[in-house]
Write a protein that binds this ligand. Structure first.
Ligand code: ADP
Ligand code: ADP
Length: 228
């Protein structure tokens, strides 16, 4: 089943210059699929995620989640989880309250959210880290906390924007392998953005290549690799 569908989505900046961040994008993401959007800086990758999240208004076209048009649906009602490169954790709160933030916002009680937080931290490889200070964690550990926070409300779609962008090479390779395993275990539908070809190929069921606000090619990592 199709979870996410974009039909003719354009985002235009500037009335006179008519500069398009997205220019007639059509994209469908099936349930449980992991799709990586690859492309150079400025090709429209972040704008694509922002449009799906409801953080960016479209100039034309439609965004559907679970078959429902998302026009006018606010961010917190879309059922999407977001994780950005600058993961925006609250540096002065402990790990537990960072992970539970979204749950408490949605009205979860203290006890049920504590259980969920423990389960999530185990999942991302940081068991028992609830009481640790965010500032004391390594970059890789902070990415794990950000991932746990994004997964906390069980989003139907998880969106990652350069999730491993600030980490060193070795750690990235390890985390990519872990993420891949985690997503397939959870059956999470993922739309991830990266400018790193190796990362996209390792993570994705399907790779979408963007250039100048358009989808240039799309296919399995092997298909995209073999095309000139
Ligand atoms: P990427 O994530 O691939 O680096 P972006 O989606 O951030 O690309 O940006 C796509 C294009 O749209 C870029 O040329 C960028 O400068 C432009 N853009 C993004 N946001 C705005 C904005 N608010 N106003 C004007 N131009 C913007
Ligand atoms: P990122 O690529 O880090 O996700 P965004 O594209 O989300 O950055 O842009 C960050 C902020 O800067 C947003 O408010 C966006 O609207 C604005 N912005 C991005 N590119 C431009 C641009 N070329 N001109 C004006 N504002 C821009």
């Amino acid at each position: 089943m199709t979870l996410l569908q974009l039909a003719g989505v354009s985002v235009r900046f500037g009335e006179r210059t008519a500069q398009y961040a997205l220019d007639g994008v059509d994209l469908a993401v099936a349930e449980h699929e992991v799709v990586c959007v690859l492309g150079p800086s400025g090709s429209g990758k972040s704008t694509l995620l922002r449009v799906v999240a409801g953080l960016q208004r479209v100039s034309a076209g439609r965004v559907l989640l679970g078959g429902a048009d998302q026009a006018g649906v606010p961010v917190h009602r879309r059922g999407v989880g977001l994780m950005f490169q600058d993961h925006q954790l609250f540096p002065h709160r402990d790990v537990g309250s960072n992970v539970s933030f979204g749950l408490r916002m949605r009205g979860a009680g203290r006890a049920s959210s504590a259980d969920r937080v423990a389960q999530l931290l185990e999942l991302v490889g940081l068991p028992g880290a609830q009481g640790r200070a965010v500032a004391s964690l390594s970059g890789g550990e902070q990415q794990r906390v950000a991932l746990a926070r994004a997964l906390a409300p069980s989003p139907r779609l998880l969106m990652l924007d350069e999730p491993l962008g600030q980490l060193d090479r070795g750690l990235r390779e390890r985390l990519v392998a872990e993420l891949r395993g985690l997503f397939s275990r959870l059956g999470t539908t993922v739309l991830a953005v990266t400018h790193d070809q190796g990362e996209a190929f390792a993570l994705a069921d399907r790779v979408v290549v963007m250039r100048d606000g358009r989808i240039e090619q799309a296919g399995t990592p092997l298909e995209v690799w073999q095309r000139p």
